[in-house]
Design a protein around this ligand. Structure first.
Ligand code: GLU
Length: 407
C-alpha cells in the first residue's frame, strides 16, 4: 500500500510546481508541529488487560486551534494520522475556517469490542491527550468508526478532568449534548453542494447515475442528498461487499437493509459485485467515501465515471491523479469536497463557545454558502493557473496558511 503521508507531501510538491511558495514555508509544512503517541490500557470484559496505541497529531495552527477527527481502525497508524492531519490543515483553509489542522486515532477494530470496552477506550484516549486538547487549543471530532456517542464519552471525560463543561473541546456531539443541527449529514450534503455548484462547468447529464464507494456516515448521507435532487444511485459498496442496481437503489430501503443485516450486500433486486468492480462501474459520478488509496495506477485507466467527487480523505494516489487528468476526468479533491463536515463542526464549536443553538435552516444555509463560495474560488483558480482542481485547492489553502504564518 502506498505510504499516505508520502503521497500527501507529493501532492504538496505538485502544487508547488504550479505556484512557487517560499522554501521556509514549505520546510515548515513538511512535518507536524507536534505528534503524540500514547499507550491506553483497557480492562476487557473477560478480565484481561489490553493496551491500545493511540495518537494525536497537531499539524499546523497558523489559522486557529488544531481541528480534526479521531479514527478507530485496525490499520491506522501514526503515518496515516499524520497525512490526515496535514489534509485537515489544508481543508480548514480551503473552507476558510478559523481553524488549523490535526487528527487522532487508535489502532483498534472497534467492531470486535463490547460497548463497555469501547467506552473505556474512548475515555482512555481522552485522558491520554486531555492536556494538549482544549476549545482554544485542539478540537477533535468523529472520523471513520467514531460516533456521536463516542464523542459524548470523550467530552464527559474532559469535563471531569478539567471542569470545562462548555462542550467546545470536541464536535460531532449528539444534539442533546451540545451538538449542532446538520452535523450528521454535513459531509455528504456539503459534497453535494460542491458538486451542484461545479456541475455547470462540466458536461454532465441533467440526472446523473451515481456510484458510492463506502456507506458509513459520509457515503450514506451523500447518497441521500444526490437521490433527493433526482439523481439515481446505481452502485454502493461498504466494507463487506458491493451491490449494483441499474434501475436505481432506494436509499432509505438500503439503509433499512443495512441496519438489519449489517451490510448492503443482499439488498432486494440488486446484483452482488466486488469492490474492484464497483469502483470501475459505468456511471456519471463516482463518489469514493471510504478509505485512502482506492484509485491507484492499477485501476485509474479503467475508471468509467465522468466525474469524481472525493468524499473520503486521500482516495486517489498522485499517479492515479495524473492518469485521470490525462483522460479528462475531473476530480473534486477531498479538501474541498468533504469540507462540509468540519465546517459544521466549526459552527458547533462556535455555538458551544457562545452558549447558543442555531436552527437547522440557519446551519444549512451557512454551510451551502461556504461550499458554493469555495467551490467557485477553487474552480476559478484552476482556470487562472490552468491546472486541476486538486492543485488549485492546495494553492488556495497554501496562500491562506502562508498569509496567517507570515502575520
Ligand atoms: N473527520 C472529518 C474530516 O476528515 C471531520 C473533522 C471535524 O469535524 O473536525 O474532515
Amino acid at each position: 500500500m502506498p505510504n499516505v503521508f508520502e503521497n500527501a507531501l507529493r501532492q504538496l510538491e505538485r502544487a508547488n510546481q504550479v505556484k512557487k511558495f517560499p522554501e521556509d514555508f514549505l520546510t515548515l509544512l513538511h512535518q507536524p508541529q507536534r505528534e503524540v503517541r500514547a499507550h491506553i490500557p483497557v480492562r476487557m470484559d473477560d478480565g484481561t488487560l489490553r493496551v491500545f496505541e493511540g495518537y494525536r497529531v497537531e499539524y499546523n495552527n497558523a489559522r486557529g486551534p488544531y481541528k480534526g477527527g479521531i479514527r478507530f481502525h485496525p490499520e491506522t497508524d501514526i503515518n496515516e494520522v499524520k497525512a490526515l492531519a496535514f489534509w485537515m490543515t489544508l481543508k480548514c483553509a480551503v473552507a476558510n475556517l478559523p481553524m488549523g489542522g490535526g487528527k487522532g486515532g487508535i489502532t483498534v477494530d472497534p467492531k470486535k469490542l463490547s460497548k463497555t470496552e469501547l467506552e473505556k477506550l474512548a475515555r482512555g484516549w481522552m485522558r491520554a491527550f486531555a492536556d494538549i486538547l482544549g476549545p482554544r487549543k485542539d478540537v477533535p471530532a468523529p472520523d471513520v468508526n467514531t460516533t456521536p456517542e463516542i464523542m459524548v464519552w470523550m467530552v464527559d471525560e474532559y469535563a471531569k478532568i478539567t471542569g470545562d463543561k462548555s462542550g467546545a473541546v470536541i464536535t460531532g456531539k449528539p444534539l442533546d449534548k451540545g451538538g449542532s443541527e446538520g452535523r450528521g449529514p454535513a459531509t455528504g450534503l456539503g459534497g453535494f453542494y460542491v458538486f451542484d455548484k461545479l456541475r455547470a462547468y462540466y458536461e454532465l447529464p441533467e440526472k446523473c447515475a451515481v456510484v458510492v464507494h463506502g456507506f458509513g456516515n459520509v457515503g450514506l448521507n451523500a447518497a441521500e442528498s444526490f437521490e433527493r435532487a433526482g439523481h439515481k444511485i446505481i452502485g454502493v459498496a461498504d466494507s463487506r461487499g458491493a451491490i449494483r442496481k441499474i434501475d436505481g437503489i432506494k436509499v432509505a430501503e438500503l439503509i433499512e437493509h443495512k441496519n438489519k443485516t449489517g451490510s448492503v450486500v443482499g439488498f432486494a433486486g440488486s446484483e452482488s459485485i466486488t469492490h474492484a468492480e464497483n469502483i470501475i462501474s459505468e456511471c456519471d459520478i463516482l463518489i469514493p467515501a471510504a478509505l485512502e488509496n482506492q484509485i491507484t495506477a492499477q485501476n485509474a485507466s479503467q475508471i468509467k465515471a465522468k466525474f469524481i467527487l472525493e468524499l473520503a480523505n486521500g482516495p486517489i494516489t498522485p499517479e492515479a491523479d495524473d492518469i485521470l487528468f490525462e483522460r479528462g476526468i475531473p476530480v473534486v479533491p477531498d479538501i474541498l469536497a468533504n469540507s462540509g463536515g468540519v465546517t459544521v463542526s466549526t459552527f458547533e464549536w462556535e455555538q458551544n463557545l457562545k452558549g447558543e443553538h442555531w436552527g437547522e435552516k440557519e446551519v444549512l444555509e451557512k454551510l451551502k454558502k461556504i461550499m458554493e463560495t469555495e467551490a467557485q474560488n477553487v474552480f476559478t483558480k484552476s482556470q487562472e493557473l490552468k491546472t486541476d482542481l486538486r492543485r488549485a485547492a492546495f494553492i488556495l489553502a497554501l496562500e491562506r496558511i502562508q498569509t496567517a504564518t507570515e502575520l
